[in-house]
Design a protein around this ligand. Structure first.
Ligand SMILES: [Zn+2]
Length: 101
């Protein structure tokens, strides 16, 4: 299970509540528990990532079952769009994508 944060106003999902308020509509965020299973909606690989991140830096936009779209790190290659897997919370706090198979 992972804890995500859902906007009371527009329903957008966020991986953390450090922003306090939804940047889209200003709504408040409330915690929600999710299984974490989902499907890759988009994935990309940054060869020149932001400072402090190792290259290549891979990102997944996952459509989560029972939830919305969440951004996560991909730690083992860039997954195919449409492939299934699950989100897990890394010890450092970020969400990570683990593909099936
Ligand atoms: Zn909102």
């Amino acid at each position: 299970m992972i804890t995500v944060f859902v906007c009371s106003g527009c329903g957008l999902h966020f991986p953390s509540d450090e922003i306090r308020r939804c940047p889209e509509c200003g709504g408040t965020l409330s915690a929600k528990e999710l299984e974490g299973r989902g499907r890759v909606a988009a994935a990309t690989e940054l060869s020149v990532p932001p400072e402090g991140w190792a290259a290549p830096h891979r990102l997944v936009l996952a459509q989560v079952d029972g939830g919305g779209l969440l951004l996560a790190l991909a730690t083992s290659g860039t997954p195919e769009v449409g492939s299934t897997g699950r989100l897990v919370r890394r010890p450092e706090g970020q969400l990570s994508w683990q593909g099936d198979g």
